[in-house]
Design a protein around this ligand. Structure first.
Ligand SMILES: C[S@@+](CC[C@H](N)C(=O)[O-])C[C@H]1O[C@@H](n2cnc3c(N)ncnc32)[C@H](O)[C@@H]1O
Length: 381
C-alpha cells in the first residue's frame, strides 16, 4: 500500500498542464468515493470555517509574516506581533496547519508552505476577502432567494440573491464600486482569476489579425479592471506600447496599486457611447458573464457603433460544453446566478446572444481545457 501511494505521489507531482488537472480531479473523485457518511458531514461542517479562518489569517497578516521569515515562527512570536491572545493564536495556528494553509514544523512552531506563499500575495489575499465579504453573504441568501422566487428564472441584474444579501435595489456592479473596502478585493482577485496555464493570445493569432493596421488605437480592454491583461499583452508584444487603452469605472482607477506604464487609462462606463472609435480590437474578458442577455446587448451595441472598417470584438470567456461541465465552471456559473443574475454560456447560448446583438462569430479558440476558457472573435453580421 505504502509503495503504491508513493508511486501515485511521484506521478502526481510530475504532472503539469492538463495532466495536473486530471490528477487533481482524479484525487477529488477518489476522495469522494472513499468518504463515509461521517466524512461527508465533516467536510460540509468545515466548508464555511475554512474561508473564515483564511480571512482571519489575512487580517492578522499570518501568511505574509510566515512567508517573509525564512525560519519558523513560534506561537508566542506570532501572538506578540498581532496582539492576539496566545491561546487564540495557538488554536488558530493549529487549525490553519491542520487544513494545510501553513506548516507545523514542531510543537508551537510554524512555517510557510506553498499555500501560505500563495495566500500572502495581494491577488489571493483579495480573493479571500472577496469570497468571504462579498460572495459569502450572497451565498447565505441564495437558498432563501430561490425559495421565495419559487425556483423560477426571475433573476436579473437588480433581482438576485445579491440584492437580498445587501438590502439594495442596485446591480452589484453599481453598488460595489460605492464600497471601496469591498470593491478593492474584487479587483485584486480579478488579476489572478483564471491565470493558470497559457495566455489567451497563445491560441489567438494576434499578430496575424493585427496585420498592417496602422492606427494608434489597437487594443481596448473594455472593463479591464487593474489592467493585468493589458500588461500581459504589452509584455508579449512590446511594439504595442502606447497603443493599448484600459477602460473601466473611475472607482477602479482609484484603486489600482501600481503604475500602468505604456497603457492609456480611460475611465468609462461601458453602457455609454464608446469614446475610442475604430480600434482594431475591443476585448472583453469576463464582462458579459456578469450580465443577463439584455444588458450584454446594451454593452455590445456602443462597441458596434464605434466600429471602423477593421474593428472586431474579442470575448475572453468560458464556452461551456453541453454536458460534463467541470466543477470549477459550474461553481462560477452558480456564483454568477446568485451575484448578478447572470451565467456562463454554452456554445449555442453564445451564438444566440451575439446574433441578437448583430454580431457573427468568426472563430472560437479554447485555451484552457478544464474551465473551457476561450476566445470568441466576432464582427458585425
Ligand atoms: C469580472 S471583472 C473582469 C475584469 C477584467 N476584465 C478581468 O477579466 O480580469 C468585471 C469588470 O467590469 C467592470 N465594470 C463593471 N461595470 C462596468 C461599467 N458599467 N463600465 C465599465 N466597467 C465596468 C468592473 O469594474 C470590473 O473591472
Amino acid at each position: 500500500m505504502d509503495e503504491a501511494l508513493d508511486q501515485l505521489r511521484d506521478l502526481a507531482t510530475q504532472a503539469d498542464g492538463v495532466d495536473r488537472h486530471k490528477v487533481l480531479d482524479a484525487i477529488r473523485d477518489l476522495q469522494l468515493q472513499l468518504e463515509t457518511p461521517h466524512d461527508t458531514l465533516s467536510r460540509f461542517s468545515g466548508l464555511q470555517l475554512e474561508i473564515a479562518a483564511a480571512r482571519i489569517g489575512v487580517d492578522l497578516d499570518i501568511f505574509k509574516t510566515l512567508e517573509e521569515n525564512a525560519q519558523p515562527l513560534s506561537t508566542a512570536v506570532l501572538s506578540s506581533k498581532t496582539n492576539a491572545a496566545p491561546l487564540v493564536m495557538s488554536r488558530l495556528l493549529r487549525y490553519l496547519a491542520s487544513v494545510g494553509m501553513i506548516q507545523e514544523v514542531s510543537r508551537d512552531n510554524f512555517a510557510a508552505n506553498a499555500i501560505t506563499k500563495t495566500l500572502a500575495q495581494p491577488g489571493y489575499e483579495g480573493g479571500i476577502r472577496h469570497f468571504f465579504d462579498n460572495i459569502g453573504p450572497v451565498l447565505q441568501s441564495f437558498p432563501d432567494f430561490l425559495a421565495e422566487t419559487k425556483y423560477q428564472d426571475v433573476s436579473n441584474a437588480t433581482n438576485s440573491a445579491f440584492q437580498k444579501a445587501f438590502s439594495t435595489d442596485l446591480p452589484a456592479f453599481v453598488w460595489l464600486p460605492t464600497k471601496p473596502e469591498r470593491f478593492a478585493p474584487l479587483q485584486q482577485v480579478m488579476t489572478v482569476q483564471g491565470t493558470a496555464g497559457v495566455p489567451w493570445f497563445s491560441v489567438f493569432p494576434f499578430e496575424k489579425e493585427l496585420g498592417d493596421f496602422a492606427d494608434t488605437d489597437v487594443f481596448v480592454d473594455v472593463g479591464g479592471g487593474f489592467g493585468h491583461q493589458c500588461l500581459a499583452l504589452l509584455a508579449a508584444f512590446p511594439g504595442l506600447r502606447g497603443k493599448i487603452i484600459l477602460e473601466d469605472l473611475p472607482q477602479t482607477f482609484e484603486q489600482i496599486p501600481f503604475k500602468l506604464d505604456g497603457i492609456e487609462p480611460k475611465p468609462h462606463n461601458f453602457f455609454e457611447p464608446q469614446p475610442v472609435k475604430g480600434a482594431r480590437f475591443y476585448y472583453l474578458r469576463n464582462i458579459l458573464h456578469d450580465w443577463p442577455d439584455d444588458k450584454c446587448i446594451a454593452i455590445l451595441q456602443p462597441l458596434i457603433a464605434a466600429f471602423g472598417p477593421a474593428s472586431q470584438i474579442i470575448i475572453d470567456e468560458m464556452v461551456l460544453p453541453d454536458s460534463g461541465v467541470s466543477w470549477e465552471a459550474t461553481t462560477i456559473d452558480l456564483t454568477l446566478m446568485a451575484s448578478f443574475g447572470s451565467r456562463e454560456r454554452t456554445t449555442a447560448q453564445w451564438h444566440a446572444l451575439l446574433d441578437a446583438a448583430g454580431l457573427k462569430v468568426l472563430r472560437i479558440d479554447t485555451y484552457q481545457a478544464r474551465r473551457q476558457d476561450s476566445i470568441i472573435q466576432a464582427i458585425p453580421k
